[in-house]
Write a protein that binds this ligand. Sequence first.
Ligand code: ZN
Length: 163
Amino acid sequence: MQARQSPAPTAAGRVLCPRCRAVNRLPPDKPAAKAKCGSCREPLFAGRAIPVDEAGFELHLRRDEIPILVDMWAPWCGPCRAMAPMFEQAARNLEPEMRLLKLNVDEAPQTASRLGVQGIPALYLFREGRVLARTTGLQNAETIQRWARAHLAAPANAQGDLR
Ligand code: ZN
């Protein structure tokens, strides 16, 4: 494999407004971090992980053109609660390269089953609606960031299987 400088992260394309769920198009020539929703005027990226329900998750998955990183968690799970502030910290650093969502698997049994979520906390990284990578267990913000960026930098056809 050829060593290559990865390009500066861009965030052009469609993103869902986390507040009103309007679809916004990010102009490639403006900083995405400052973009506001054309419909409700809220910032599209507030440096926070967005809690979603099953329907909201599906909408983001279908509409967002930027990668999506999802924290699969549950309120009764101690390691999940321990990871929550780490995931928030990762959101501040990873936006607008990707959208960070939090999905309570107890309230999303269909999605959890479809994606084969077993242990939690589990991180799922999606690009163009497909699972790019997944990992399970408590991680700190730096590990989360490194893991997500490494998978996004890898060529899409070199991911292998999902284990
Ligand atoms: Zn909006």
